[in-house]
Design a protein around this ligand. Structure first.
Ligand SMILES: [Mg+2]
Length: 300
């Protein structure tokens, strides 16, 4: 059996992303990774700026200094702004409320989540759902049976929907793996991230567990969220009339934000100070992965 990888720092996370690279979209273009001081410096190159959340707008429950000011300035300059987040623990109203609590004033249509993209592909009647304890699951449109149960996988479910790892543990995951080895149901992972930066530590996200399922069980697993295309399509639909090359994705993670946006024909800016690569020089990671953004900057 594949050993579960440790993902306690950026190096380990980067190594794991490289291991699963065949499961990700292919890199199609190398940007010059030109350093800039602020997004305002490149505003003339774009009509829309799309922001990752964790590591770009906020770290955990703390907004990143200057982020709100930058978003406001871009709006005032006539730019469209969007948030494109892999966070799937909240329904759409919950995601909007969260950014409000962080001090941002994004409208509902300006926030696109991987949960939104996943639910558009959820078919059938009854699903086993892994969710945050306070998630009411009112937006799913299918009957939800919460996991973990105490015994084998519940009868009559058509698949597993993995929304949040907030309440997930190694023991619960081992039980799920055993269940899927016996009954390889389809799994939809609504957050493709391996980890999320939370201050001094990294939390393990649904993508981490989804790739373990692919390593260790015959269950078919489908991932939603960056770097996979469905969320970029949703963002583009919300930006009618704007050419792909006039959209800039601003994110802290090469294998999600940057890779997926380049595969979609967008421009990209890697944000370095607060996210996955906080405290590290990013150029070696760019070289090793050959995922190279158009621009790099510390903060937006
Ligand atoms: Mg991020």
């Amino acid at each position: 059996m594949h050993r579960a990888p440790d993902l306690d720092d950026a190096e380990q996370t980067f190594t794991r992303y490289e291991q699963i690279r065949p499961r990700l979209p292919r890199a199609v273009r190398c940007g010059p990774a030109t350093p800039v001081a602020s997004l305002r410096q490149i505003a003339g190159d774009a009509d829309a700026f799309v922001f990752d959340a964790f590591g770009v707008l906020n770290v955990g429950d703390t907004p990143i200094p200057g982020a709100r000011t930058c978003v406001d300035a871009l709006r005032e300059a006539g730019k469209q702004v969007r948030v494109l987040t892999n966070a799937a623990s909240y329904d759409h109203a919950g995601a909007c409320a969260k950014f409000g609590r962080l001090g941002f004033d994004f409208a509902g249509h300006e926030i696109i989540t991987s949960r939104d993209a996943t639910l558009r592909h959820l078919r059938g009647r009854r699903w086993g759902v892994i969710a945050a304890p306070d998630d009411r699951l009112a937006d799913l449109g299918v009957e939800a049976v919460r996991l973990p149960g105490d015994g084998p996988l519940p009868e009559g479910i058509e698949g597993i929907l993995f929304l949040s790892a907030a309440d997930w543990t190694a023991e619960r995951h081992a039980r799920l793996e055993a269940g899927l080895r016996a009954r390889p149901l389809p799994v939809l992972v609504a957050n493709a991230d391996l980890v999320a930066p939370r201050g001094q530590s990294l939390s393990r996200e649904p993508g981490y567990y989804g790739h373990l399922l692919l390593d260790r069980t015959p269950a078919p697993v489908r991932f939603f969220g960056k770097p996979f295309p469905e969320v970029y399509d949703l963002a583009e639909h919300s930006l009618p009339g704007i050419a792909r090359e006039r959209i800039v994705m601003c994110g802290d993670t090469l294998h999600t934000d940057i890779l997926g946006a380049q595969a979609h024909g967008w421009k990209t800016a890697l944000i370095t100070r607060d996210g996955l690569f906080a405290g590290l020089e990013t150029a070696p990671f760019v070289r090793r992965s050959r995922i190279s953004p158009d621009w790099t900057l510390e903060r937006i």
